[in-house]
Write a new protein. Sequence first.
Length: 237
Amino acid sequence: MKASLEQHLSSLQNATTLEGLQGVTEALRDHYKTSHVVYHWVNSIGERFGAGTYSPEWVDRYLEKDYLRLDPVIFGCFQRFTPVIWKELDWSSKPARAMLQDAMDHGLGNQGYTIPIRGPSGQFALFTLNSQADDQDWHNFVDENARDLMIIAHELNKKALEFEQWGDAATTPMLSPRELSAMTYLAKGMNRAQAAAEMTISEHTLRVYIESARHKLGALNTTHAVARALATGVIIV
């Protein structure tokens, strides 16, 4: 086993927080010299979580445009158990092509490699690497690293399942009234500008409340924070 793989697996095993998992994805991105590394999972009760290097702007955009319902990567991975190279999926529809262009405009590369993982009780996860390499270089990269990436993907999933178990016994965090308002408006589907207007504050101030709530909830990003707030009953919509 390569020393670098051992180091990444050791970091994964030592991760005790979701922030630690986030750090692993950043280290993997830097090691493999890709544009992004993302691990996304849906737990056994349907909550969605993510750790990765996509920008918050792209994550928010993906949710705002409801790309989940048309993403060829999601559909491709639901239909198979083996890894997929993005360009081998069906991007023929106009909405799918528009989504890909939107992703590239937000800093994603045109190449992707996603490993689907299925866990107990309906848990489903995707481990993705994204790059701006040309076709031949990307295929060479996948051929060279496929074995190690499969190992990493499944170790990430094992850690995510541990976090899910820990979350069952976790205490409910206390949010301030402003933090609760911010999370509630986002949970209702408002974007940041709309939420800030409802609270009569600037978007910059709103971001402060969101980030504070995110840290208290132990979440990796805004989407994760809203999901945890709803799941733990901190907010009710």
